[in-house]
Design a protein around this ligand. Structure first.
Ligand SMILES: [Fe+2]
Length: 197
């Protein structure tokens, strides 16, 4: 392959290194450059064959495409059950590689005795090629459900998850919510074991 060809057709490894480096610089701001690299990554039909296995709380067949002490890139298949509202204490970028997601993002405010207040900041259906920004705290609470059986997600996030994650419960969470809706909630904490995503 000629040098020029490599410039025109970067490998998956080059694309992953580029997007992780850009995300590290912008702290997860979804810039035009990051969008462009994501677009190139998400068009790769070989992505599904790459990476090394990782444990994941909410994914199936999930792999690491990149991991260092500051940032990580994961790729995996979504489970067919709703991922309950939870936090990681950090921003994230989630991109739909195949399929679609119903996604809700929340700002949270903790109260006493396990009570919390949630406000919906994002309520979208994300389809193939679309990227979701999960905000930094207090906007880092998120829940989602795959809308199709074979939904695959690419994630970029700092490796500094908080050691304890919070799961939020509430009988009004999870369906038909609009941006700006405010909901009472309760939460419980669970140790972050093995950086599970
Ligand atoms: Fe998560």
């Amino acid at each position: 392959m000629a040098e020029d060809d490599r410039d025109i057709h970067p490998s998956v490894a080059e694309l992953v290194r580029t997007v992780s480096g850009l995300a590290r610089e912008t702290k997860g701001e979804l810039t035009a450059d990051i969008q462009r690299i994501f677009d190139a990554l998400l068009s790769r039909t070989d992505l599904i064959t790459l990476g090394v296995p990782r444990s994941s709380a909410h994914g199936l067949d999930s792999n690491w495409l990149y991991y260092d002490t500051e940032i990580a890139v994961s790729f995996g298949k979504a489970r067919d059950t709703r991922v309950p509202a939870h936090d990681h204490g950090t921003w994230q970028l989630l991109a739909v590689y195949q399929g679609s997601l119903e996604y809700l993002g929340y700002r949270h405010e903790l109260g006493d005795a396990g009570h919390a207040s949630l406000e919906v900041t994002t309520s979208v259906t994300a389809r193939q090629g679309e990227i979701i920004k999960i905000g930094a705290p207090p906007d880092d609470v998120h829940e989602w459900v795959a809308l199709e059986p074979d939904t695959y997600i690419l994630g970029v996030y700092p490796t500094a998850f908080t050691p304890v994650r919070k799961y939020f419960r509430g009988n009004r969470l999870g369906s038909g919510l609009q941006t700006g809706n405010k909901l009472p909630s309760r939460y419980f904490e669970r140790p972050e074991t093995g950086f599970g995503g």
